[in-house]
Design a protein around this ligand. Structure first.
Ligand SMILES: Cc1ncc(COP(=O)(O)O)c(C=O)c1O
Length: 289
């Protein structure tokens, strides 16, 4: 597979970053994962806008080679050159603060960011969407700028590992007695007939899929209350689902070993899952036209 690194397209096996790269040393960078189907990128503008917000948020200068239109052109080139114009794929985009002798503070302004993009085949987990997934609850021990999609994912990595060890798909994070989000997804739940998700604050990553799902819910006449599900409400939620770029709308039917509702994906979850699948298809058709 061909990847892009700092101005060059080269085989993945030949791509090298310096041991002085601040992404390697400090996790000092931001990233995005964008979905593609039939060679068309879904909500690419939203992803690249979030990446740019993240760069500005942590003070990485937005040079011409990490400007949105440049990154979009590179992503499309990678899909083409890697034979990913058919079927499903993902594009990974990462920008770090660049290479410099190790100091905590920022390097000199001349230090150029490291820009890396790759593309890969993606197989949607179709079967699990039909039957639903299981999840565990886990303390949310992250910092208070979860709105920035930074490379610092250690708490997320540890939470997801606990989920995998428990035979579950996702870890649902609890901070101060409320559900914030998943280790790599946003969380929605139906409580007393009301669809709820944590509000877009500094304590969650405002997922691009989350935004699309809220929009689709409004179109379907379903109100989404952007207020948290309390941990103590979890045993009584009627439906639970998670959203993300590679997750789409995934029903959660078991939490900490106990069934959610009747243990099957609920009607609101299914309606939103179908609406998202339609929208992804329509978004891609519109892009082609
Ligand atoms: C912590 C976290 N929350 C939510 C999401 C979902 O975001 P998106 O829908 O933009 O993929 C992700 C995706 O990686 C994530 O890492």
């Amino acid at each position: 597979m061909l990847v892009y690194l700092d101005g060059t397209y080269l085989p993945r096996a030949e791509a090298r970053v310096s041991v002085d790269d601040r992404g390697f040393i400090f996790g000092d960078g931001v990233y995005e994962v964008i979905r593609a189907s039939g060679g068309c990128l879904f909500t690419a503008d939203e992803h690249l806008a979030r990446l740019e917000r993240g760069m500005r948020g942590i003070g990485i200068p937005v040079h011409a080679d990490c400007a949105r239109d440049r990154l979009l052109a590179i992503a499309e080139h990678l899909l083409r050159e890697n034979g990913l114009l058919e079927g499903e794929a993902t594009v990974y985009v990462q920008v770090t603060r660049g290479c410099a002798p190790r100091t905590h503070h920022f390097p000199a302004p001349e230090c150029a960011p490291t820009v890396y993009l790759s593309a890969a085949r993606f197989t949607p987990p179709v079967q699990i969407r039909v039957v639903g997934a299981s999840a565990i609850t886990h303390p949310d021990i992250r910092w208070s700028r979860c709105d920035l999609k930074t490379l610092n994912l250690l708490p997320n990595v540890l939470a997801k590992q606990r989920a995998v060890e428990a035979g579950a798909t996702e870890a649902i994070l609890i901070r101060d007695g409320v559900v914030t989000e998943g280790a790599s997804t946003n969380v929605f739940g139906v409580v007393g007939g009301e669809l709820r998700t944590y509000s877009a604050s500094n304590y969650i990553l405002a997922g691009i899929t989350r935004g699309v799902v809220i929009h689709l819910a409004a179109e379907l006449g379903i109100t989404v209350a952007e207020r948290p599900i309390l941990a103590e409400e979890l045993p009584h939620v009627e439906e639970l689902f998670i959203t993300g770029t590679t997750t789409d709308v995934l029903p959660v039917v078991q939490l900490d070993g106990r069934p959610i509702g009747d243990g099957r994906p609920g009607p609101i979850t299914n309606a939103l899952g179908e609406a998202l699948a339609r929208r992804m298809g329509m978004g891609l058709l519109a892009h082609r036209a």
